[in-house]
Write a protein that binds this ligand. Structure first.
Ligand SMILES: [Cu+2]
Length: 152
């Protein structure tokens, strides 16, 4: 009755460990591959955004321009529109006495303009829709410094 299969424990456990290790290694390789793939996709996206050679890029290149005036604490106009998705050139004339910026929720980038100055930047909006734009200087959006951008 003393032949309990305890001897089986050690080898089993060690082979489990080996398997676990192999899985872990394989998983980390997979993560690296996925990371590389994501990097490639991101680069391709950047290239498409910059090149404008593709159909979508060419169409997007001339999405539109908007000009806004910033004061404490509002944009004028507060409702703007461009024809469709793509690159949008935004010009911000800061008539206020403090710094203001312009950001589009859901799009990358920020245009920061000092008081009394005018600045412009290109924003990329990939899809038609209604977007909120706002100033990210603390308290400004809450004070009313926001508006609506309609794309398409
Ligand atoms: Cu502001």
């Amino acid at each position: 009755m003393e032949t309990t299969p305890t001897p089986g424990w050690n080898p089993q456990s060690s082979s489990l460990c080996t398997l676990h290790f192999a899985l872990c290694t394989r998983f980390s390789v997979m993560v690296q591959r996925v990371a590389a793939l994501v990097g490639v996709v991101a680069l391709a996206g950047l290239a498409a955004g910059c090149g404008g050679a593709g159909a979508a890029g060419a169409r997007g290149a001339s999405a539109g321009e908007i000009s806004l005036r910033a004061t404490e604490f509002a944009y004028a106009p507060a409702q703007v529109r461009v024809a469709g998705p793509g690159e949008i050139k935004v010009t911000l004339d800061n008539r206020g006495v403090v710094e203001h910026d312009f950001t589009i929720e859901g799009a990358q980038g920020k245009l920061l303009v000092k008081p009394g100055a005018t600045g412009s930047a290109i924003f990329q909006v990939a899809k038609a829709g209604t977007y909120t734009f706002a100033c990210t200087v603390p308290g400004h959006k809450e004070a009313g410094m926001k508006g609506t951008l309609t794309v398409g």
